[in-house]
Design a binder for this molecule. Structure first.
Ligand SMILES: Nc1ncnc2c1ncn2[C@@H]1O[C@H](COP(=O)(O)OP(=O)(O)OP(=O)(O)O)[C@@H](O)[C@H]1O
Ligand SMILES: [Mg+2]
Length: 269
């Protein structure tokens, strides 16, 4: 990274976000995504409030918090779907805050949405193929087709290929969304509530898929309300509450954190 780039990042990260304290956040050496002082306001409401966080290479990081805590908004900031008001985001040391979502995707960051955004009028193959063609410029159609076949097998969508996308069960619609993101060849994938609305057997399948994705060398950041899954598969968890990052730790540490227990069980969320 150039000296000028470093100076610009420090200046932006130190910008006034209304926090009581200045950020003293020092990310780990193996951090691939670093967010510093992230703040997003919608009118008078602060959805993401002075958040410092890092995603470390090769980990599965869980992002939890009550409804409305700002989790999806944080995803939208990182993936460029919403502009940030204050703060800086870097991806492999390169500033990505301010870039468009397509540019961020081309740098290797894939994401899914809380409500799946598959193309309803296209079949499964073409939905994934779009991701494969988009991922890297100059790719041939033949290569995109080969990669699409590979991803169909990797995710396990073979037996649904003849079904219309709107007729797919919810769990499969979500798997297709993951497949589309994987087709862009990300090094980091962000999953927004992959397991919401799934039955226990489908949750187990989704957990296996997330583990398989990580085993394939992709770093995972996942928002999830299904605690059983989060606690079982995450290496680390961060907790948002009213836009603020209130806790960070291993699943055990989070499960025993009094503030986290209070917001989940105290009825004040
Ligand atoms: N585009 C928007 N315009 C205005 N307000 C928004 C917008 N997006 C989110 N918000 C508000 O910001 C807050 C955080 O929303 P967000 O969707 O990030 O929460 P969340 O943690 O993902 O919640 P959930 O678990 O229910 O998905 C909420 O109060 C929400 O209503
Ligand atoms: Mg959300």
């Amino acid at each position: 990274m150039s000296d000028l780039n470093e100076i610009l990042l420090e200046e932006e990260a130190a910008a006034d976000c209304g926090c009581d304290e200045k950020s003293t956040f020092v990310p780990d050496a193996d951090a691939v995504i670093v967010g510093t002082n992230l703040t997003k306001r919608f009118g008078g409401m602060t959805a993401v409030d002075c958040v410092d966080f890092e995603l470390r290479e090769g980990e599965i990081l869980g992002l939890i918090g009550p409804n409305g805590a700002g989790k999806s908004t944080l995803f939208n900031l990182v993936s460029g779907f919403l502009p940030i008001d204050v703060g800086t985001i870097t991806f492999n040391g390169v500033k990505i805050s301010g870039l468009n979502p397509d540019r961020i995707c081309h740098l290797g960051l894939g994401r899914t949405f809380q409500a799946a955004k598959n193309f309803p009028d296209m079949n499964i193959f073409d939905n994934i193929r779009i991701g494969a063609l988009f991922g890297i410029k100059g790719k041939s159609y033949e290569q995109a087709d080969i990669e699409t076949e590979e991803i169909i097998k990797f995710v396990g969508l073979e037996k649904y290929l003849k079904m219309a996308v709107p007729d797919l069960p919810l769990a499969i619609q979500k798997q297709l969304e993951v497949a589309r993101a994987l087709a862009t060849k990300p090094t980091v994938i962000m999953l927004d509530e992959l397991m919401a609305g799934l039955n226990p057997a489908e949750v187990d399948e989704a957990m296996a898929l997330v583990r398989k994705i990580r085993s394939g060398g992709i770093t995972v950041l996942m928002i999830e309300h299904v605690m059983k899954a989060i606690m079982a598969i995450c290496d680390r968890i961060i907790v948002l509450h009213h836009g603020r990052l209130i806790a960070e730790g291993t699943p055990d540490e989070i499960a025993n954190n009094p503030e986290v227990i209070e917001i989940y069980l105290g009825g004040e969320a």
